[in-house]
Design a binder for this molecule. Structure first.
Ligand code: URA
Length: 205
């Protein structure tokens, strides 16, 4: 079902793009994943959020950020005063990459060639949506958007300029917070994440 909530040509073009992406064979990941998980949200969004790749639940549902990392993202967005419904949420890589261990499918990090093959789609999404501000959630998203390997520590907290002229704010991936066990660390990192989202959103609010 379409989540392109505005009428007109952009929504039609977005739907055509999503339908085309459903048959993507640009890299090998389509062979094991259930389906392409395309971006979704507001085609007229001023804020684009880019994650790494769909997880297990996203792969099954066909929607980005609906699993555990998505719940952290939703909470952080709410705490930052950002309404997810006004944003466009997508991933650098649009098929779930995993290792099968028994019945479990364990997330496997996408590598350079997969990120590069999938950049074609994110470029198309960006050409259509033209978001003035983009948040890269984690190093894979940052690598895809900035066309180079960067560290979160070295690139967060300030606007970076993308090739298409848009502004990019780099922050952590929400699943990083799920992996932290020390409560104080978790709280500090969460607050910093919310602050990054707030700072990015302030550029378009
Ligand atoms: N992690 C991501 O990077 N993207 C999703 O859609 C879900 C989990």
């Amino acid at each position: 079902q379409s989540r392109a909530r505005i009428g007109g040509n952009s929504a039609v073009a977005w739907e055509a793009l999503r339908d085309e992406a459903a048959g993507c064979t640009r890299c090998h990941l389509y062979k094991c994943a259930t389906q392409t998980v395309f971006g979704e949200g507001e085609v007229s969004a001023k804020l684009m959020l880019v994650g790494e790749q769909p997880g297990d639940q996203e792969d099954l549902a066909g929607k980005p950020f609906i699993g555990p990392a998505g719940q952290v993202l939703d909470k952080a967005l709410a705490d930052a005063g950002v309404d997810r419904a006004t944003t466009y949420v997508t991933n650098a890589v649009k098929h779930f990459k995993f290792e099968q261990r028994g019945k479990r499918r364990i997330h496997s990090k996408p590598q350079g060639p997969e990120i590069e093959a999938c950049r074609w789609w994110i470029d198309q999404e960006r050409m259509l949506i033209r978001p003035p501000v983009t948040v890269a959630l984690g190093a894979t998203a940052a690598r895809s958007l900035l066309h180079k390997v960067v560290t979160i520590a070295g690139s967060r907290g300030r606007p970076l300029t993308l090739e298409d002229g848009g502004e990019c704010w780099v922050t952590i991936h929400p699943s990083y917070l799920l992996r932290l066990h020390d409560r104080a660390d978790k709280e500090r990192e969460y607050e910093q994440f919310v602050e990054d989202l707030r700072a990015a959103n302030a550029r378009v609010a």
